[in-house]
Design a protein around this ligand. Structure first.
Ligand SMILES: [Zn+2]
Ligand SMILES: [Zn+2]
Length: 372
């Protein structure tokens, strides 16, 4: 399949500045982010396409190769960050700074990788989301190996310089009629070989443990929002910076309220007698009780809006509203006396004519029209 032009994908000109590239990419990333388009293969493809285009064009060396030789000039398998950034990085937070800590490279030295980002799903209640919530979570962390003190080599031995790349971490590869720099396939960019790896850490130089992290969830946070904990992701490689940890909020379904943005919705069952007579209705809110006046003759489905009784938005700072949807409840398991009263009531209602039942009248008129 023919690949689309990277500039075309981002919708920028051939001489777009770094800033313009970043802006164009951020816009596309926001639009096609998988979290915003759950299950959409198309959005996922577009997101990946934009990511690849941005990664290529934001690297001056790759951009230069691309400008000269087109798609043949950039090896798609030599993406920025390689395996270290990986998939987790592709889904980096759209609200945080996804561009802050790209992988870099010491001059002539080994390839430096930023650690992968981690995601932690935290489930909280609607009340906790509305009022804010401080908690602790257990997340993986990596400590320097005690046995080899981080070198990854068995005590008494030391890593040797990689013979394939001479310690540079990169090798020149011939691709058709030109050559490109690639991460050394033998040492994976570290520039070192480890003939006798440390047995305690299998040569990684670090050991995975768990740590407790305090998380402060701001009041008003919504489902799917993320909190970034800088530097608490996986450690970087070859001295690269660590990734970030993203705490993604999941709000449990609430028995009474449904949230829509900063507004809350709830159903209020009302007896038909009360709906007919009107009166005060007490309703629950996330901050105690509130009430509204039910006018005489309220029909089922009518909505009452209680201003500022919703959730104070974490971004807007304004409280949403509470929408109470009236549901008229038909009485059940009636006594004979209640039934007698209702029969009498029904008789009087019929005698009173259509003025008591505006909806029935409208409906009957429609039926008549339909059959004539
Ligand atoms: Zn070790
Ligand atoms: Zn090497």
């Amino acid at each position: 399949m023919a690949k689309r032009d990277f500039y075309e994908i981002l919708g920028v000109g051939k001489n777009a500045s770094e800033d313009e590239l970043k802006k164009a990419y951020r816009k596309l990333a926001m639009k096609h982010h998988p979290d915003r388009n759950p299950g959409s293969k198309e959005a996922e493809e577009k997101f990946k396409e934009a990511k690849e285009a941005y990664e290529m064009l934001s690297d001056p060396q790759k951009r230069d190769a691309y400008d000269r030789y087109g798609h043949a000039g950039v090896d798609p398998n030599n993406g920025m960050g390689g395996g270290a950034g990986g998939f987790a990085d592709a889904f980096g937070d759209i609200f945080g700074d996804i561009f802050g800590q790209a992988a870099g490279r010491g001059r002539g030295g080994p390839q430096v990788y930023r650690g992968a980002d981690l995601r932690y799903n935290l489930e909280i209640t609607l009340e906790q989301a509305a009022h804010g919530y401080d908690t602790t979570i257990r997340v993986p962390s990596w400590d320097e190996c005690d046995t080899c003190h981080g070198s990854g080599a068995k005590p008494g031995t030391s890593p040797t310089t990689c013979t394939t790349c001479g310690g540079h971490g990169q090798v020149r590869m011939q691709q058709g009629f030109f050559s490109v720099l690639q991460t050394c396939p033998k040492c994976h960019g570290s520039g070192k070989m480890n003939p006798s790896p440390c047995t305690a850490c299998s040569g990684a130089g670090k050991i995975k443990r768990n740590k407790t992290l305090e998380v402060q969830i701001p009041a008003g946070i919504d489902d799917g929002m993320r909190i970034r904990s800088s530097g608490n992701g996986e450690p970087g490689m070859n001295g690269g910076p660590p990734g970030d940890l993203y705490v993604e909020i999941r709000i449990k379904p609430h028995p009474v309220f449904q949230r829509e943005g900063d507004d809350l919705h709830c159903e209020i069952p009302i007896s038909f007698a009360k709906a007919a007579l009107g009166g005060e209705v007490e309703v629950p809110t996330l901050n105690g009780k509130a009430s509204f006046t039910l006018p005489e003759g309220t029909q089922t489905g009518k909505t009452f809006r209680l201003r500022s009784k919703g959730i104070k938005g974490v971004r807007s700072g304004y409280a949403g509203d509470l929408f109470c949807h009236v549901v008229i409840e038909t009485p059940v398991t009636l006594t004979e006396r209640q039934k007698d009263l209702l029969r009498e009531f029904e008789q009087l209602t019929i005698e009173g004519g259509s003025k008591h039942s505006p909806q029935t009248k409208t409906w009957k008129d429609k039926v008549k029209e339909f059959f004539e």
